[in-house]
Write a protein that binds this ligand. Sequence first.
Ligand code: PBG
Length: 325
Amino acid sequence: MFPDIRPRRLRSTPAIRRLVAETSLEPRHLVLPMFMADGLDEPREIASMPGVYQHTADSLRKAAAAAVSAGVGGLMLFGVPSPEDKDARGSAASDPGGVLNRALRSLRSELGDSTVIMADTCLDEFTDHGHCGVLTDTGVVDNDATLERYAEMAVAQAEAGAHLLGPSGMMDGQIGFIRSALDEAGHTEVGQLAYSAKYASAFYGPFRDAVGSSLEGDRRTYQQDPANRRESLHEVDLDLAEGADMVMVKPAMSYLDVLREVADRSPVPVAAYQISGEYSMITAAAQKGWIDRDAAILESLVGIRRAGADVVLTYWAAEVAGRLS
Ligand code: PBG
């Protein structure tokens, strides 16, 4: 019996495939993570992330303007302080003159409201021990003392011009605590993209290089266990109850099932972060000639969109936005 039903009909030409594609990828869906570092005379390529740079103030402005003209939906900023500016409480994070707050101020004055300027709200780049919070005497991350620091950092970032804060430290209660601090300081318009389901992932490896992290050990007492699914739904519910404006699943490619489930139940937009290790794996395989770089990048991003992400943070945001438009 030859088949009566032939799904291949809808795959037979580029035009018909385009007509029936269920998932789209547009520049506005993409957010570019960017790094500004202190102590540089010129931009420095990150060894483990070929094609990604730590920026000077000047190169940051130029790269951000280029990304915005390519049509990206937003920018997510990280600061890399000089080692001598790191301390146990991550003071530079809430200092208006700290590297991240200077980056925010400069981009907001350059770009205004023409894009969405986001800030990583977390202490790990700024602490000398490299953890995402402050430590107790016995070296454990102190949840509630860390919340006080996040609140100070958040207000400083709002004052520096961030539109959207990205609390990524996985402390309990961080979204609600930051919300109250922002509101009390009069920043009711500044929102939060909550890193709700953030897993303790080996794929963050290259990022630690990107921000010159001082971390020894791991983040398993605050980031989630990769074995868990239900826990992510709980974290999302808590963040929504605390006032999250958007929620995120991170990393993306090893957690697409979690992303799908969060997207199915979330009443707010859902983001996913295609992280450093995901970037570097594709880049390294392409450099060896083992995969078709451009096709692999697009397929990875379409896959993340298909799993339910409204917004995708990716180090390829500007490049892909340029290719799509
Ligand atoms: C924490 C933070 C991390 C990333 C974004 N925010 C690192 C971590 O949790 O260790 C990782 C991003 C990436 O790997 O691309 N401030």
